[in-house]
Design a protein around this ligand. Sequence first.
Ligand code: CA
Length: 237
Amino acid sequence: MSNNKYKILLVEDESNIRNLISTILEAAGYHTIAVGTCSLALSLFASHVPDLVILDLGLPDRDGMYFLQAVRKEHNTPIIVLSARSHEKDKVDALDAGANDYVTKPFGSEELLARVRTALRNSRMNSDTLPSHDGKFILRELVIHYDARRVFIGDTEIHLTQTEYNILAYLSMHAGKMMTYSAIIKAIWGQSDEGSIKKLQVNMANIRKKFGAKPGEENYIINELGVGYRLNIDQKN
Ligand code: CA
């Protein structure tokens, strides 16, 4: 299937990075509109209504967060943020402000394209194929029966605590999307305190252990330290 129908707005002020990303996207069949400032991005967003936005946060006229917040007020358009390595706080802030995902610079073209495909797929799924519609979530060997609150990997039932199940179910409802610690904590416990992140990490470690993942191994659940967790829907693992 051709990607031609997808229009991507690319907002990046460094021309070498902008050209590189444009080339990658065009080669993959996406129509790309590339701009270098926040104000131009806002006006072209309004006139072109892109299917997806790739957004650098450090822009010369205004912070990329301004664009993100302005667009999020009225649109669900998927937004992937470009972020420098080690800027965990930027990533967390962007995700909590409604960014769908982020790509850390420097990145490979395959990684970028995988993120784009995931964000486009999730935005299509959101409205009509939420997993809860048929009561079941299936990802490779992993099956979650929402009504019965039971989890299987292949034929083996995975026995989770209530909290572990709630976390897994929450991640599955946002499969493929990086969920920040604070978003998960808010969804599971309602509010956060000093011990919340530790509590979350302990529960996640238990889930991964029950899934048979070895420490440091990424399988169904991906952790980025300082940012959050993602249910891994990429096929490569
Ligand atoms: Ca920049």
